[in-house]
Write a protein that binds this ligand. Structure first.
Ligand SMILES: [Zn+2]
Length: 119
């Protein structure tokens, strides 16, 4: 399945969220069908920051666009967190579900799930 990103809507949404043009423009969005894991790799601290400059969304093929959209919103929130430097790298020692930036990203995606950026 191919997905389309509504870039005009995306940029307007990110501006509404307080991101600057520079913060928006460093986003590089890639889709890959090579795995089941969504999103940014935070497996190692060293790779965490560089990694967040690209939003990679890995998925099974044929996942509905609505599901991808929620994952995309989640990853966009991580981008905002990195831009605002609100992530404490110590949190990466916590179990995934308990990491404050993951809880925040899940909440953000849920709150904005009706904002359609991927179709
Ligand atoms: Zn996450």
């Amino acid at each position: 399945m191919r997905y389309n990103v509504d870039r005009e809507h995306l940029h307007a949404f990110l501006r509404d969220q307080g991101l600057t043009e520079a913060e928006i423009n460093i986003l590089s969005i890639q889709f890959a069908h090579s795995g089941v894991q969504f999103g940014l790799s935070d497996r190692t601290r060293a790779s965490y920051r560089p990694y967040t400059r690209t939003i990679n969304i890995y998925t099974h093929a044929n996942l509905p666009a609505q599901v991808m959209n929620v994952s995309f919103l989640h990853e966009l929130r991580h981008h905002m967190q990195v831009m605002r430097q609100t992530i404490d790298l110590e949190w990466l020692n916590l179990p995934y579900r308990e990491r404050p930036h993951e809880i925040d990203a899940r909440l953000f995606a849920d709150q904005h799930k009706n904002v359609v950026l991927i179709f």
